[in-house]
Write a protein that binds this ligand. Structure first.
Ligand code: CMP
Length: 144
């Protein structure tokens, strides 16, 4: 079904100049970019984004890292984009991520793994709203 997902190039990916490469892969796959912004996020936005990891021992470091420099936040739309984008991104731990995936090709450590992608419909909606506010409803009939 037609879905939206939240994709974010993390501070390590921005510093390494991977924004263009990542946009290119999503465009080549045929997904539609709905919104994008380079931004440095505060701790409250980061904590809300990572709420499901609140109890993890690495939560503090995760928030430190994601607020350490600019991220490139994006909303993408397409058929089954949530699941397909996670296949394109690859496993969390880059040592297990397949070559050809974004993490398999570009990441070296699980703490700094270049990119985030929503893991469910519910988290996609929450994450898009956290970063962009309520997204204008855009459908294929809209001319833009
Ligand atoms: P992601 O799946 O995008 O969101 C949760 C992140 O937590 C995950 O990527 C990793 O980057 C990070 N993470 C997982 N395990 C650890 C860990 N042991 N220490 C620090 N960060 C971690």
């Amino acid at each position: 079904s037609l879905q939206r997902t939240f994709i974010m190039v993390k501070p390590d990916g921005v510093k390494r100049g991977l924004i263009g490469e990542i946009i290119k892969r999503f465009e080549q796959k045929g997904f539609t970019l709905l919104n994008a912004e380079l931004m440095t996020i505060d701790r409250s936005k980061a904590e809300y984004h990572y709420m499901e990891h609140q109890e993890k021992p690495f939560f503090g470091e995760l928030v430190d890292f994601i607020t350490s420099g600019p991220v490139f936040a994006m909303a993408w739309e397409g058929e089954n984009v949530i699941e397909v984008s996670r296949l394109m991104i690859g496993k969390t731990d880059p040592s297990e991520a397949m070559p050809g995936t974004i993490r398999g090709d570009f990441a070296a450590a699980k703490e700094e793994n270049v990119i985030h992608g929503s893991d469910s419909l519910l988290s996609a909606e929450r994450e898009i709203e956290n970063f962009f506010g309520l997204l204008k409803r855009r459908s294929l009939e809209d001319d833009f």
